[in-house]
Design a protein around this ligand. Structure first.
Ligand SMILES: [Fe+2]
Ligand SMILES: [Fe+2]
Length: 544
């Protein structure tokens, strides 16, 4: 495929029923070494028109070359297991097939998203012990939560979110004209009843659903009023367009369109929906003289019977022997360090350590095995002993006293390591994104992370699965594009890039739980993600 001419490529696309729109789209297609993933993604999402934008969106959700290879290998392995053939010892010829798998429940192979068999030491050029720690915290709610949870607090929380994201829409040039309030638009509705007299509104979306005709229907609300809206799928829209992907409850969006007034209840017909523009981000890097690395992990779930102790020992041994480990200055643990107590009904049956303080004591003991050049950063998650409402404060000082060389921060937390800005969020809201957007599944948490960055919000939905604390300022808004964005919570693993930001979905240290087995979910445990802060190269080290 790599050597195909444009004529051959366009023939292949035409055969798949795809139409290329515009010069930019053609250039993007010409640069592709392999057309199959694009054709596959377009077919799966029933996209027919390939515009520059829809190609980008389709390519966001296609697996990388490495993942495809891995998936193919995995399928081959699976089929070999399922159709294993017994051989006649004397001739080696097949004499029969096993009906059942020989090795049931074999864990799927660990993906190596960096695409390397092994890391290259020149990408991790500096020893951690040669550099002093440099952690600058930009946001952490600890000690500064100011809400009483009253109605007025909730109003100011949403008012602030609307203001912040509206400013991002305006200053980013996302809107085609100055937005007006919904009340003003309603007063002048008779003037805006056709496509030639469109207006632009900005508000919080709620009650979003797909109608039988396939349109997205939702209510848009601002400080003045609310209005029922309808969004039809624009031609050429890719699968990540809100008209196909959906909206999260309480998303802030801009809409352009006109009123449809008549006998039925009035409707705002949207011709264009606007999210804050997200341009290619240029990452900050640590200086050449500070080229150390950070390691990312979450969801250790110490105290659970399914905590993988022997694999932890293997990691500690690696930390004390491997040359890459000598470059790791920071170890970021993004929540659910312990399994907790009383987190869900019947949890006691799954606990090896039933005392919460003993669980934290054991986590401290396990971290003691890290070499002394490693500084630990710990955030809480939904299994930890802090309030569940986000932003969550850091763990209690009483818990902290067992730990050495550890910085305790809240969840989420924005901090810089040697100038590289990291946004770390445990990721509880991924549960809501799975329920809210068609593109997000538990096996693709990176799609939720992509959606968070695109809408500049970590957890938009109030009243869903993520408890939110109505602070006067909504600090779940992503105010500044991070260089590295890390989440955990759903026990997968992913390292990738979204418009210049490195996305890390950090791995767990808990084996498959009964609940996950019931759901058919296969976690990807025991993978340590290491990122160099100077070169931004990553290595995913499996210990399973
Ligand atoms: Fe977890
Ligand atoms: Fe969690």
């Amino acid at each position: 495929m790599a050597t195909e001419s444009w004529a051959e490529k366009s023939r292949a696309l035409a055969a798949a029923g795809l139409v290329v729109m515009g010069r930019d789209a053609q250039t993007k297609i010409e640069e592709l070494a392999n057309l199959s993933p694009l054709i596959e993604a377009a077919t799966a999402s029933r996209t027919r028109l390939l515009t520059s934008q829809s190609i980008d969106e389709l390519l966001t959700i296609v697996p990388t070359e490495e993942t495809i290879t891995e998936a193919e290998v995995s399928t081959q392995r699976k089929s070999q297991t399922l159709q294993a053939t017994l051989a006649r010892p004397e001739t080696g010829q097949a004499i029969g097939r096993t009906i059942a798998p020989i090795t049931p429940n074999e864990p799927s192979p660990v993906p190596r998203p960096h695409g390397l068999d092994h890391y290259r030491m020149q990408d991790f050029p500096m020893q951690a012990s040669d550099v002093d720690a440099e952690i600058e915290i930009h946001f952490d709610i600890t000690g500064s939560s100011r809400t009483e949870g009253k109605m007025a607090d909730i109003q100011s929380f949403f008012g602030d979110r609307l203001k912040q994201i509206r400013n991002q829409l305006i200053s980013g040039g996302a809107l085609p004209r100055r937005p007006v309030s919904i009340a003003e638009a309603w007063r002048n509705r008779q003037r805006h009843t056709s496509k030639d007299y469109e207006i632009t509104l900005v508000g919080l979306a709620s009650e979003s659903r797909f109608t039988r005709a396939g349109n997205l229907s939702f209510v848009l609300e601002d400080e003045t009023q609310n209005i029922q809206c309808s969004l039809r799928r624009p031609s050429g829209a890719g699968p990540l367009h809100p008209a196909l992907d959906g909206l999260m409850n309480d998303d802030v969006v801009g809409v352009s369109g006109h009123f449809l007034l008549g006998e039925r209840s009035p409707l705002f017909m949207i011709s264009n929906i606007h999210l804050p523009p997200m341009r290619q981000h240029s990452k900050a890097t640590a200086g050449e003289d500070q080229a150390v690395s950070a390691a990312f992990l979450s969801d250790v779930h110490v105290g659970s019977k399914t905590f993988l102790g022997p694999q932890w020992e293997k990691m500690i041994q690696w930390f004390n022997t491997d040359p890459l480990a000598r470059t790791v200055k920071y170890f970021v643990l993004s929540g659910d360090g312990v399994d907790g107590v009383g987190i869900y009904p019947g949890q006691e049956r799954h606990l090896a350590i039933t005392d919460l303080f003993a669980q934290y004591g054991e986590l401290a003991r396990l971290l003691e095995g890290l070499p002394d050049w490693v500084d630990v950063v710990i955030l809480p998650g939904n299994h930890d002993a802090v309030r569940p409402a986000e932003p969550q404060p850091a763990l209690d000082p009483e818990v902290q006293q067992d730990y050495s060389d550890t910085v305790f921060v809240g969840n989420p937390c924005e901090f810089s390591l040697h100038g590289v800005r990291i946004l770390s969020y445990h990721g509880k809201s991924i549960d809501d994104f799975v329920a809210g957007l068609r593109s997000v599944t538990y096996s693709k948490p990176e799609m939720a992370m992509r959606a968070m960055l695109e809408r500049r919000h970590l957890a938009p939905s109030w009243g869903g699965k993520t408890p939110l604390s109505p602070e006067p300022e909504d600090r779940m808004v992503i105010q500044q594009t991070p260089d590295i964005f890390v989440t955990g919570h759903v026990h997968g693993h992913y390292v990738g890039n979204h418009k210049g930001t490195t996305i890390v979905h950090s791995s767990t240290w808990q084996d498959q739980t009964d609940y996950q087995r019931m759901l058919g979910f296969q976690p990807k445990p025991c993978i340590l993600t290491v990122i160099n802060l100077h070169t931004h190269e990553s290595a995913s080290i499996p210990f399973a």
